[in-house]
Unconditional design. Structure first.
Length: 212
C-alpha cells in the first residue's frame, strides 16, 4: 500500500499537472467544438479508459521497455499523432454538416465511434506513457508492498483528477459552441476551428507536447 504521505504528495502534484491544458484537454475541447457536449463528455470517458489501459501496461513493465527503446516510443508517438491529424481533418471536412447535426438525434453507433476514437487517442498518447513510467516510481515505496499495485493506485488518482478537470473543460467548451451555433456561419467556423485544433494537437504531440 502506498504510504499516506506519498498519496498526499502525489495528489498535489496530479492537480498541478492536470489543470495545465495538454493533449488530453485540447482533444476534449476540440471534440466539444466540433461535436457538442455529449460527444465531448464521451470523449473524456473514452480518453480516460485509454489512459487507464496505458497505466496497466506501465504497471506491468511495458513503460520501462518503451522508455528504453527510442524506436518503440517513436512508433507510438507517431501513431497517436497521425490519428489525431486524421480526426482533425475529418472535422474540418464535415464542418458544414454541423448545423444539421445539432437538431439530429445521436445514434448509438456514433456514440460507439466517439468512444472508440477517444480510447485510441488515450492509448496512443506517448506522453502519458513517459509520465507514468517516469513519475509513478518517485512516489512508490518498495518496502510498502507490490510496486505494480502502488502504480495502479497512484495512476488511478491522477485519472480521477483528470476526469473531473477534462469534464469541466468539455462543458465549458460545449457551452461556447452552443452560443456560436446561433449563427450557421459561426457554427461552420467553430467546426473548422475545432478540426484545426485537433490537427495542431497531433503535430504538437509528434514534436513535443505535454504530459497530459
Amino acid at each position: 500500500m502506498v504510504p499516506a504521505s506519498n498519496l498526499l504528495a502525489f495528489l498535489a502534484a496530479a492537480v498541478v499537472l492536470v489543470i495545465v491544458p495538454g493533449p488530453g484537454v485540447l482533444f476534449t475541447i476540440g471534440r466539444a467544438l466540433t461535436l457538442g457536449r455529449r460527444a465531448a463528455l464521451l470523449s473524456v470517458l473514452g480518453h480516460t479508459v485509454g489512459v487507464f489501459l496505458v497505466l496497466l501496461l506501465v504497471a506491468l513493465g511495458l513503460g520501462t521497455l518503451l522508455m528504453a527503446s527510442a524506436l518503440a516510443l517513436t512508433v507510438v508517438k507517431l501513431a497517436g499523432a497521425l490519428y489525431l491529424v486524421y480526426l482533425g481533418v475529418q472535422a474540418i471536412r464535415e464542418r458544414k454538416s454541423l448545423r444539421d447535426a445539432l437538431g439530429a438525434a445521436v445514434e448509438p453507433a456514433l456514440d460507439s465511434r466517439v468512444l472508440r476514437q477517444s480510447v485510441i487517442v488515450g492509448l496512443t498518447n506517448p506522453k502519458v506513457i513517459v509520465f507514468f513510467a517516469a513519475i509513478l516510481p518517485q512516489f512508490a515505496e518498495p518496502s510498502a508492498g507490490s510496486l505494480p499495485l502502488q502504480f495502479l493506485i497512484l495512476g488511478s488518482i491522477i485519472l480521477v483528477v483528470a476526469l473531473i478537470s477534462d469534464s469541466a473543460w468539455a462543458l465549458l467548451a460545449a457551452s461556447a459552441r452552443t452560443w456560436f451555433a446561433r449563427s450557421p456561419r459561426r457554427l461552420e467556423a467553430v467546426g473548422g476551428a475545432g478540426g484545426v485544433m485537433i490537427v495542431g494537437l497531433g503535430a504538437s504531440v509528434a514534436l513535443s507536447g505535454s504530459t497530459h
